[in-house]
Design a binder for this molecule. Structure first.
Ligand code: FNR
Length: 337
């Protein structure tokens, strides 16, 4: 097994090791106000939406995780099946490995084979060149491309990148790639300045991927003979990052630490167009099987429709206008940012 492939397997193992189902995070500091007289009924049609021109059953999706190893093949096969059966979008893990190890293509392609018509999002790192990115998009028949910005993770990774000059390449990707591009973090949150810089460079869709869920400093630290655990807490919480994106008036995805349908609902109320879930769904799959994950996602769809009903909503379009308030600790952070 190559060092890159081994890393992908270790990420899957360590995401499982450090997973805490009920861990508190910034979603707990957001409170949405509910009308006691909602005048609604539960209707799955209220949560249907479109993503990159395709109809999906819900505004939440399975966010980027894996690809590039034997275990990744099994996980992506299952995720492809579940995404098709539940009609939600699926983002794959970074395919930049294919530039060096094209023989790993099958571990990504299997998700497209299992879900030929659904929304599939490819994922690359910030230094992958446009020609390489286009090859990946074509091979996977991807509907959109995520580009991840993961400087903290790279620094915590013993074999990681030490050069973070990505902007020129991002601009080049922006010029040459024709599918929609999503700029995302990997769990440390996008900050207002980066969103502003990239908005000026023409990017339109951001995935805040804030802290509160999977912590890649912790995961990489477990692979690192050096102790860099001081990096574990430097992320921007998901809710803070989402509010920063809303202020910049860009379209954005809320992700990082989404644990249940109420977090999805809160993400949409914060102004998120979509909500991404990674480790929560991965652990549901790994601790049970794909049928159980499928049932879980169907339940989340029903429960999200239930939340719209109890919050007096007939569609996804007005959720960001529902009154809400924040715990003082969070309000204080928001005011300082
Ligand atoms: C990830 N994540 C990730 N992100 C990315 O852009 N490219 C990638 O290759 C990966 N790989 C990866 C592997 C595993 C095992 C996990 C759990 C996660 C990060 C992911 O997309 C997300 O931003 C964070 O995990 C935070 O969301 P959750 O897990 O708290 O919902």
């Amino acid at each position: 097994m190559t060092i890159r492939s081994k890393r992908k397997e270790e990420h899957l193992q360590l995401a499982q090791k450090f997973y805490q189902k009920e861990k508190m995070n910034s979603f707990d500091q957001v409170h949405v106000i509910r009308p006691a007289l909602p005048e609604t009924e539960v209707d799955l049609a209220t949560i249907k939406t479109t993503m990159f021109g395709k109809k999906v059953a819900a505004p939440f999706f399975i966010n980027a995780m894996t690809g590039g190893s034997a275990k990744s093949y099994i996980v992506n096969k299952a995720l492809g099946q579940v995404a098709r059966r539940t009609n939600i979008a699926l983002a794959l893990g970074s395919a930049s490995i294919l530039n060096k190890e094209p023989e790993q293509l099958d571990s990504f392609l299997i998700a497209r084979e299992e879900n030929p018509d659904g929304v599939l999002i490819a994922n690359i790192n910030g230094k992958t060149l446009p020609e390489q990115a286009q090859k990946i998009i074509t091979e996977l028949n991807a509907d959109a491309l995520q580009v991840h910005l993961n400087a903290v993770q790279e620094i915590a990774m013993p074999e990681g990148e030490r050069n973070f000059y990505w902007l020129d390449n991002l601009k080049d990707l922006r010029q040459k790639i024709t599918v929609p591009i999503i700029i995302k973090e990997v769990g440390f949150g996008l900050d207002p300045k980066t969103i502003c810089t990239l908005k000026k460079a023409g990017f339109k869709l951001f995935d805040v991927a804030g802290s509160g869920g999977t912590n890649f400093a912790q995961i990489e630290n477990a692979r690192n003979p050096k102790d860099l655990s001081y990096l574990n807490d430097i992320g921007l919480p998901t809710v803070v990052s989402a509010l920063a994106a809303a202020k910049q008036q860009v379209e954005f995805i809320v992700s990082g630490g989404v644990r249940n349908p109420l977090d999805v609902f809160k993400g949409l109320c914060l102004g998120g167009k979509y909500v991404g879930i990674s480790n929560q769904f991965l652990q549901t799959l790994l601790n049970h099987d794909e049928e159980y994950l499928q049932k879980t996602i169907v339940n989340w769809q029903q429960e999200l429709a239930g939340l719209l009903a109890i919050y007096g909503q007939h569609s996804l379009s007005d959720l960001s206008n529902i009154p809400k308030y924040y715990d003082l600790e969070l309000k204080n952070i928001i005011e300082q940012i």
